[in-house]
Design a protein around this ligand. Structure first.
Ligand SMILES: Nc1ncnc2c1ncn2[C@@H]1O[C@H](COP(=O)(O)OP(=O)(O)OP(=O)(O)O)[C@@H](O)[C@H]1O
Ligand SMILES: [Mg+2]
Length: 452
């Protein structure tokens, strides 16, 4: 790209007049306009310049617009192609659309609409460029190709990971649900020196309490009824690799004590065993609670907390990195349209605005799910407002804040608590978990809402 960051657009047409008219119109915008009167010349321009979008005539003597489209698809798949077609050749243009062409216009095009479509095509190309730049930069420096983000808080996380990845110090990753804790844990492991050794995750909230100890440490044959053969636990499996203790805040106190001992002594004992087994493990733990708060409430052992919290990485919620939304949207659209074998280019401006105004309680997972659903539903190449769940649209509408609607924080907090309990049909444990507080804390707050 040269000239003040302007986009570079290539127009291909064998009729000199058509070229001249379109070129003059696009220069007003202003774009850097390149012209080619044949496919051969168009290929030469694309190879030399950094073209952001191509507008091509369909029918030309010799190699035609479709041929150019196929060539671009195999050599420059990110460049969007817009066809101009005479009435008689609409069928071929429609076929090209199903194969990933960006748009087509019947000649003479409506120039206002053409400009709008071109602007969208250029924007899409730029987002794709940004993602691939980010990817190659991350691949070379951090090799975190799957983590998308360029907001300052994510950049500082990338730097932090870069600094600690090869040491074996323990890492605590905190963040609300769906902020990417597991993805980050994997990234740390797979970029570290231990990357060719196992990454072993254990979800402390998903395994029933009474099975968790066996899950962690394994057991010898006959250790208890049902122990028909020896079983190796997760700590042992993770030897020389990384053990990921997901949702460590859910761990009960007795197991916290056992894990602390393993960390200090660097050895484990299988249940029912006598032998001490040496382990060399990097521990990464994650939590969606404020563990220091849990320590104060005596739900979490302070000594274990300090052991785990040598380095803490806080993943910001999506509402605090809304600048990353366009990148993430493009990333997820690419992911799911490839899987669905559909060609979807972007979301409509209306949807993007909705995304910017939404609060994203489910964070990146929620965004990912919404895009997945929309890609499956979308009929055209653009995700429209009707492909987005109604509840989300309603929520954004209700959230539009006016001076009159500002409420005291305490009132909002109470409302949130009541809503959470209703959402989980009165199940207070689940409600507390979703709110990121302990059950005890929830009961305390309920007492304040409803004294006596
Ligand atoms: N920065 C990111 N770029 C791309 N995808 C992301 C990013 N962060 C998270 N995701 C995706 O969002 C989803 C949720 O991420 P993940 O499971 O790591 O979150 P989590 O914090 O562990 O959530 P929970 O607390 O609910 O377990 C995953 O599918 C993940 O791939
Ligand atoms: Mg998780």
């Amino acid at each position: 790209m040269n000239n003040q960051n302007r986009a570079d657009v290539l127009i291909v047409d064998d009729e000199p007049n058509a070229l001249r008219v379109l070129s003059a119109i696009l220069k007003e915008i202003p774009y850097n306009v390149h012209e080619a009167d044949s496919v051969e010349n168009a290929k030469a321009v694309v190879s030399k310049e950094n073209i952001d979008a191509v507008i091509t005539d369909l029918k030309m003597p010799g190699e035609d617009g479709l041929y150019l489209f196929e060539w671009l698809k195999s050599n420059y798949p990110d460049i969007p192609v817009i066809f101009l077609t005479a009435f008689g050749t609409v069928d071929s243009a429609v076929t090209a659309m199903t194969e990933g062409a960006f748009f087509y216009f019947i000649k003479p095009p409506d120039y206002v609409k053409l400009k709008a479509v071109l602007a969208r095509a250029v924007e899409q190309k730029r987002l794709r460029d940004e993602i691939s730049n980010l990817r190659s930069r991350l691949e070379s420096t951090y090799r975190f190709s799957s983590i998308v983000g360029k907001s300052p808080n994510m950049e500082s996380i990338f730097r932090m990971v870069e600094a600690i990845k090869d040491s074996s110090i323990n890492v605590l990753i905190s963040g609300e649900t769906g902020t990417g804790k597991e993805l980050l844990a994997k990234a740390i492991h797979y970029t570290s020196k231990r990357h060719y050794r196992p990454f072993v995750p254990v979800n402390c909230a998903a395994v029933p309490r009474e099975l968790l100890e066996a899950e962690f440490f394994g057991y010898e044959k006959g250790a208890f009824t049902g122990a028909v053969s020896r079983r190796i636990g997760k700590f042992e499996q993770a030897h020389t690799g990384t053990l990921f203790l997901d949702e460590i805040g859910e761990l009960e106190l007795s197991l916290q004590a056992k894990i602390l001992r393993v960390i200090q002594e660097k050895e484990i004992e299988r249940i029912g065993g006598t032998e001490k087994i040496k382990t060399d493990i990097r521990l990464i733990a994650s939590t969606n609670r404020d563990l220091s708060e849990e320590v104060k409430l005596k739900n979490f052992r302070a000594d274990l907390y300090y052991r785990l919290n040598v380095v803490q990485i806080k993943l910001p919620p999506l509402r605090e990195r809304k600048g990353d939304i366009p990148l993430l949207v493009t990333h997820f659209i690419d992911k799911f349209s490839q899987r669905e074998k559909k060609y979807i280019s972007c979301v409509s401006p209306e949807v993007m605005e909705l995304f910017h105004n939404y609060s994203w309680p489910g964070n990146l997972r929620e965004l990912e799910n919404i895009i997945e659903r929309a890609v499956v539903l979308a009929r055209g190449e653009i995700i429209g407002i009707n492909d987005i769940p109604k509840e989300m649209r309603k929520q954004v509408k209700n959230n539009k804040i006016t001076a009159n609607s500002v409420k005291p924080l305490r009132e909002l907090e109470n409302e949130t608590i009541i809503n959470a309990i209703n959402a989980f049909n009165g199940n207070k444990s689940k409600a507390a978990k979703a709110l990121g507080i302990t059950r005890k804390a929830l009961y305390n707050r309920l007492k304040q809402v409803n004294p006596g």
